[in-house]
Design a protein around this ligand. Structure first.
Ligand code: DHB
Ligand code: MG
Length: 246
């Protein structure tokens, strides 16, 4: 299945901390209170609430995760950022704050999600830095690759893959074709409550299968260095894969 959808095809994914352990969310709140003082509760946080009110699934990054992604992009001095899976535009908004010169291109299949994201980014005053491309990600990525090959579009410095997990490997390969050397590619949700390490879970859930295909393919690639890190926090037990082109 090749589509970038985040609402209709996934079973309810419990985004709350697991095992009723209050500590991960309390720790996120503590860090946010001290480290996000300037930005927390501002227009970026409004985006998460607007998206829920508009009926989007509660699967956006947490504030700490989104800020970490932006800091990673800033560490790379990223001027061209690509996101696969816009949802309501929350992470795109954070990426848009990487620098005043940074441009974000974000791909979303669902036209309602894309419209909510456009409104959110407009309200946040960031729409001028964000290009929302609505369509099937595989098709949109092919178009982007053609533009890059023709010299009509600059290569990307940083890619965030956060769409339907079944096509993670397709998106990663596409990202390899449209990024510069030393570009960073981050993939969201690679742990999924620990299910990633289970071949049995992959048989039951093609999202786990898609992520395992990606992990195992990257392990055989000479062109990148990669690792993955498990996360807890106000979102469920999950994690990011971080790859860097050599
Ligand atoms: C799901 C997707 C996400 O990108 C995420 O961060 C959490 C959950 C999902 O499809 O269930
Ligand atoms: Mg995600």
């Amino acid at each position: 299945m090749a589509q970038t959808t985040r609402s209709s095809t996934h079973d309810a994914y419990d985004a709350r901390p697991r095992d009723n352990d209050p500590r991960p969310a309390a720790v996120d709140d503590y860090f946010k209170a001290h480290l996000h003082a300037a930005s927390y509760n501002d227009s970026l946080e409004v985006i998460r609430n607007n998206s829920l009110v508009a009926g989007l699934p509660d699967i956006a990054c947490s504030p700490s995760q989104a800020k970490l992604l932006m800091l990673q992009a800033r560490m790379c001095n990223a001027k061209r950022i690509l996101e696969v899976g816009t949802l309501g535009g929350y992470s795109a908004a954070w990426f848009a704050t990487t620098s005043p010169e940074t441009k974000v291109t974000t791909i979303e299949l669902d036209s309602h999600f894309a419209e909510v994201a456009r409104q959110n980014l407009e309200k946040a005053g960031l729409i001028d830095r964000v290009e929302i491309l609505q369509g099937l990600a595989v098709d949109v990525l092919r178009g982007i690759e053609e533009q890059v090959q023709r010299g009509d579009r600059e290569k990307f410095d940083f890619v965030f893959i956060d769409a339907n997990k079944q096509d993670n490997l397709v998106y990663f390969k596409a990202a390899m074709g449209i990024t510069r050397e030393r570009a960073v590619i981050v993939v969201d949700n690679v742990v999924r409550n620990g299910k990633v390490s289970s071949a049995e879970e992959a048989e039951k859930d093609d999202r786990i299968k898609g992520t395992r295909e990606l992990v195992e393919a990257i392990g055989k690639l000479d062109a990148v260095d990669a690792t993955a890190i498990q996360t807890v926090g106000e979102k469920n037990y999950d994690g990011f894969l971080v790859a860097m082109r050599k």
